[in-house]
Design a protein around this ligand. Structure first.
Ligand code: ADP
Ligand code: MG
Length: 619
């Protein structure tokens, strides 16, 4: 149990026992005068000591005009005019309300911190032929670990022996277990289900997936949405104004009417103060946002703060990177067209040139080559992002890349035919042929674009690839606006142009895979990165991370964000509406102090339930 919850429970327990005793002593033991005051005061002190201490601490930070202040003012006032039982009763219900607040807050945090569950506790390091148990943080890159069935993967690693299935649910939301075999990556925090595997540590604990996700979750609460800040600013002005109004209620009517009304108006003024407590309003806003972040994380969508959740709900334009985002980024070789060398030689040179590149094109070409690469033959590698790579292979200068790259080098080449991405190759300044490769569109990319179109959200595609491929992919997906042949820095320029042309209230999202597009991810109002399990750059630069390579997760994220913002708006309107009604009733003397606080508690409960409901079942 959270500490706040425990503290509140103790205060309420002690307070209600003392309150009952006080009520009994008046009723059955005829306590009056000083004795009566004493027993009620005892209960009151038990209930308020914690709040007073809290206020004292806030006083030094110079903002103490909050709901606690209003409650104390009102109840002390009630004591002064002899309404002891009313004062203690109101305080008791106020504390029960605070308890509900603390419980729902800690529950919501816990549902997000389900991720705290991904913290691996121990690891088995292989030493010689035996193993030793160590802390995950003691592992170093290169160590070999043994992961038994049922165990949590301690750090990110590459399987070196055995096969198994892995439960990735906590990381990606994917319920179906994934099969892994030698050479494949396993991620810390996921669970080894079936087989015994050995794996080589690829990342130390602090840089492994589990730690990074936990860090993201922990910092999510610190970035506040505009509507959260609004609620806080609101109370800063609201409370002093309401206090003043309460005092006016006590003073004005009796001055204007007959003198014997003084006490009634005093009491009504105090009730007015209690009724004015802004407390259901304050809690429901951050609670709804935390709930939204939690709901998204259950689906494998990590949102780094309430502000991004709010921005996502206002996003009208979604700009997609093509390669690796809308397409799989797994290119299949369509044609190998050599010039003066054999097909095998062309493929070999290309694979060697791409030896150190992580670009999806490079990965696919290495796959197509299929043989191991002897990296001692490759020197002086330079990657020209948006163009291609250059390297010295067996002492010969090799350039590999697109037509722009060849143009830049002043190379003569015959333009490739057929739809696809042509990778041109030049050796020692002579054109040596091209390889035509083609990417595969992600199945659920289509669904995503259709959904966006149907909801009148704009989908735009940016790509560094050539126009023909770009148009082809866009047509298949149903994207209207396409910008091709962009360098990574052109993508930023293009994005900024979009941002300048949108309304103040509209936001723009960029969806990419983090390869060659981290600057764009960082620049967009909402940077959404796909496949956060792989790319470090993407995880850092993005505001929202889809842990799996599924663009359609964006649909879930958008729906949750809209649901959250709707819940927040409904809650604010409802809370303020109730407040106004209650204040009017208090003014005319229709509610007691306890009624006022119970009504507020009801408002809060309804808001809490509403948040859960709207977030869980968005339209
Ligand atoms: P996208 O916008 O489609 O994600 P990039 O900006 O990553 O594309 O790359 C743009 C183009 O630059 C690619 O289509 C390719 O022609 C060329 N290119 C980039 N990196 C490489 C590489 N390592 N090898 C060959 N060509 C490359
Ligand atoms: Mg890319």
């Amino acid at each position: 149990m959270a500490r706040e919850v425990k503290n509140k429970l103790m205060e309420i327990g002690a307070g209600s026992v003392l309150y009952l005793l006080a009520l009994c002593s008046v009723r059955y033991w005829d306590a009056t005068g000083g004795a009566e005051l004493f027993v009620f005061l005892l209960a009151y002190v038990a209930l308020t000591a914690g709040i007073v201490w809290q206020m004292f601490k806030n006083f030094r930070r110079l903002h103490f005009f909050d709901e606690n202040f209003l409650m104390l003012l009102a109840t002390v006032g009630a004591f002064l005019i002899g309404k002891y039982a009313e004062a203690v009763g109101a305080m008791l219900f106020f504390q029960v309300g605070k308890l509900i607040e603390a419980i729902s807050m800690s529950r919501t945090k816990k549902s997000i911190a389900k991720y705290m569950d991904i913290r691996p506790e121990s690891a088995n390091r292989k030493v010689g032929t035996s193993e030793e148990a160590v802390e995950p943080s003691e592992l170093k890159a290169g160590d070999v670990i043994i992961i038994k069935p049922g165990e949590k993967i301690p750090v990110d690693a590459v399987v070196t022996e055995g096969v198994s299935t892995i439960d990735m649910k906590v990381l990606t939301g994917e319920a179906e277990p994934q099969e892994v075999k030698v050479g494949q990556k396993v991620y810390s925090g996921s669970i080894n289900l079936s087989g015994l595997i050995e794996a080589r540590v690829s990342k130390v604990y602090a840089e492994s997936t589990a730690s990074r996700i936990m860090k993201m979750v922990e910092s999510a609460g610190h970035r506040k949405a505009e509507s959260e800040n609004f609620a806080e600013r609101f109370t800063r002005y609201y409370t002093p104004i309401v206090t003043l109004l309460g005092i006016l209620v006590m003073l004005l009517p009796p001055m204007m009417m007959e003198a014997h009304d003084t006490e009634i108006w005093m009491y009504r003024g105090l009730i007015f103060l209690v009724a004015a407590c802004p407390f259901g309003l304050l809690i429901s806003v951050p609670l709804a946002f935390l709930g939204g972040i939690g709901a998204a994380s259950k689906q494998g969508v990590m949102i780094k703060g309430s502000n991004y959740l709010e921005a996502l709900s206002k996003t009208e334009t979604f700009i997609f990177d093509k390669t690796g985002t809308l397409t799989m980024g797994v290119f299949h070789v369509q044609e190998v067209v050599p010039n003066g060398i054999t097909e095998e030689e062309l493929l070999e040179i290309t694979a060697y040139g791409e030896a150190y590149s992580n670009h999806p094109i490079a990965m696919s070409l290495k796959d197509a080559y299929g043989l191991d690469i002897d990296t001692s033959r490759v020197k002086d590698v330079k990657e020209h992002s948006g163009f291609g790579v250059e390297a010295v292979i067996d002492g010969r200068m090799v350039h590999i890349g697109n037509s722009k790259f060849m143009n830049k080098l002043g190379m003569f080449y015959p333009p490739a035919e057929g739809i696809g991405t042509a990778v041109y190759v030049a050796v020692d300044g002579e054109y040596r042929g091209y390889i035509l490769i083609a990417d595969v569109i992600r199945r659920d990319a289509r669904r995503t674009i259709h959904w966006l179109n149907r909801h009148h959200l704009e989908a735009v595609m940016l790509t560094g690839d050539n126009e023909r491929v770009a148009e082809d992919v866009a047509k298949k997906l149903g994207i209207e606006y396409v910008y091709a042949n962009l360098m990574p820095e052109d993508k930023v320029v293009q994005l900024e142009e979009f941002m300048e042309n949108q309304l103040e209230s509209e936001k723009l999202a960029f969806v990419g895979d983090g390869i060659n597009d981290a600057p764009v991810l960082a620049r967009a109002d909402v940077g959404i990165a796909m496949g956060g399990l792989g790319a470090d750059a993407a995880l850092e630069a993005a505001d929202v991370v889809l842990l799996e390579d599924e663009p359609s997760k964006i649909i879930n994220a958008i729906r949750i964000s809209k649901g959250t913002v709707r819940a927040v708006k409904q809650n604010i309107v409802f809370a303020i509406g109730m407040k106004v009604i209650l204040l009017i009733m208090a003014f005319f003397g229709y509610v007691s102090m306890q009624d006022a606080i119970i009504a507020d508690m009801g408002t809060m409960l309804i808001n809490i339930l509403n948040s859960f409901w709207v977030i869980r079942y968005p339209e």
